[in-house]
Write a protein that binds this ligand. Structure first.
Ligand SMILES: [Zn+2]
Length: 455
């Protein structure tokens, strides 16, 4: 049966679910809502714990077998699930039941990492497997009018270049550098993005692309991905720190992204390190990112003598072509250049001092570093570990592991796609709660189940 025969194309159900994420958690106001809530419950269960027989779905959800059969038949017609192999052993001598499988190809999610100087786009299936990827330079100084149109065309190109079906695109998740107000769903006074304050990024993308768009701070999304697929799997309290031109972090506390009262939590780069220090992009003086961000590392390396030979040989007027960026400094540091090593080491020490306070405050088990400066690896990590050892309380410092991100350049875009998947299906924490009752045969009460989204 084709999707049109079934009446509702699969993508319509998913797109609706992105913007009505907590349907299961709310009291159903009418029979339609009740049925939609039950469909969502069944789908979440099959996605996390499938393949499952219909009888097992009924037992785990507490729904009647008739209701489950009717829901599964509907989902089969919409091609959101498929029936596959049978169970190996038949229960008590009866017929071997057919298993219901989640069809992860029924929808496509677009994850966007929209950075100040680069972008990464991913297309994933409904299990967050990456099926297409695209990246390129970006310059947020060009402003939202130019860049959002460019982003829209890049997203369309990603889909067409990989011969994906746009009708199956369920939603777009986007990570952006700067504080995203959780209520307004907008960037609010981003320190390094003049012209982007209160721009309706999600509204502009949604009206151009015709699909729901969710937005969050990029470090929050990197943290989400690391906790789900990377180096923080199994950790309930961890910090994902971006060290580049700006410094920021995603904080996960008790298994949830901590966004603060208005979505601004994690602006680690604006800890004051030196109250009389250099002016920061936020308007204050001596913030961590003003004394230890990538531009400052370049400045420290140059003033310590890095590149002086080349500068002397350079003809006047060549300055722009010869501009040193942090990647050059880190490359040279890794190859033993003493001026560059000292610059990276000094920045690492300052980051470590600030991080020692964060370790005392949050007591994380893992700290993951990511960003252009994190490419320095141990040159960055070791001074940070040392500062934490010296300055945090022993009880907190001895349990924390400090290392670089495992997912690297994919983390934020993958986290952005995961945010959309969580909006539809809830986070795995929620599913475990439902599934835990399986063997006892107890049914969770529908109205009592929370949305438990992480992002
Ligand atoms: Zn600042």
């Amino acid at each position: 049966m084709t999707p049109s025969d079934a009446g509702v194309p699969p993508s319509a159900r998913w797109r609706d679910a992105v913007v009505r994420p907590n349907v299961v958690g709310h009291r159903a106001s009418d029979l339609h809502d009740m049925r939609e809530a039950n469909i969502t419950l069944v789908l979440r269960l099959i996605r996390q714990h499938g393949p499952l027989a219909r009888v097992a779905i009924a037992r785990r959800t507490g729904l009647s077998r008739t209701t489950v059969s009717s829901i599964v038949d509907g989902l089969l017609a919409e091609e959101i699930v498929r029936e596959g192999e049978t169970l190996n052993a038949a229960p008590s001598g009866g017929r071997r039941p057919t298993l219901v499988h989640f069809n992860e190809s029924a929808g496509i999610i677009i994850g966007v990492d929209f950075g100040r100087t680069h972008f990464t786009l991913l297309a994933t299936d409904l299990h967050a497997h990456i099926i297409a990827r695209k990246s390129g330079p970006c310059d947020t100084d060009l402003g939202p009018d130019v860049l959002l149109q460019r982003l829209i065309s890049e997203i369309r190109q990603l889909v067409t270049e990989h011969h994906l079906d746009w009708d199956r695109v369920v939603g777009v998740g986007m990570g952006i550098p700067g504080p995203v107000d959780a209520t307004l769903n907008m960037l609010v006074t981003p320190p390094r993005m003049a012209g982007w304050d209160m721009v309706d990024v999600t509204g502009i993308l949604r009206s151009a692309l015709g699909v729901p768009v969710l937005l969050n701070n990029d470090a929050n999304l990197g943290a989400l991905a690391e906790g789900r697929y990377g180096e923080a799997v199994g950790a309930s309290n961890y910090i994902y720190v971006k060290v580049g031109t700006g410094i920021g972090c995603g904080l996960v506390i008790d298994g949830k992204i901590y966004r603060g009262s208005s979505g601004v939590a994690g602006e680690f780069g604006h800890f004051t390190i030196d109250k009389d220090g250099p002016l920061c992009a936020c308007g204050n003086h001596g913030c961590l990112e003003a004394v230890a961000g990538a531009p400052q590392i370049v400045r420290m390396a140059l003033s310590a003598g890095y590149g002086q030979g080349e500068a002397a040989a350079r003809a006047p007027g060549d300055d722009e072509d010869a501009e040193v960026d942090v990647a050059d400094v880190i490359e040279a540091a890794l190859h033993g250049d003493m001026a560059c090593r000292a610059a990276v080491g000094r920045a690492a020490e300052l980051i470590g001092v600030a991080m020692a306070g964060l370790v005392n405050l949050v007591n994380p088990s893992v700290i993951l570093l990511y960003g252009s400066v994190a490419r320095a690896g141990e040159l960055l990590l070791e001074p940070i570990r040392q500062a934490i050892r010296e300055r945090s309380l022993l009880a907190a410092s001895r349990t924390v592991r400090v290392q670089t991100s495992a997912l690297g350049d994919s983390a934020i875009a993958l986290g952005a796609a995961t945010m959309v998947l969580d909006a539809i299906f809830g986070s795995p924490v929620y599913i475990e709660h439902v599934a835990g009752d399986d063997e006892a045969g107890e049914a969770p009460a529908l109205g009592a189940v929370g949305g438990a989204t992480n992002a």
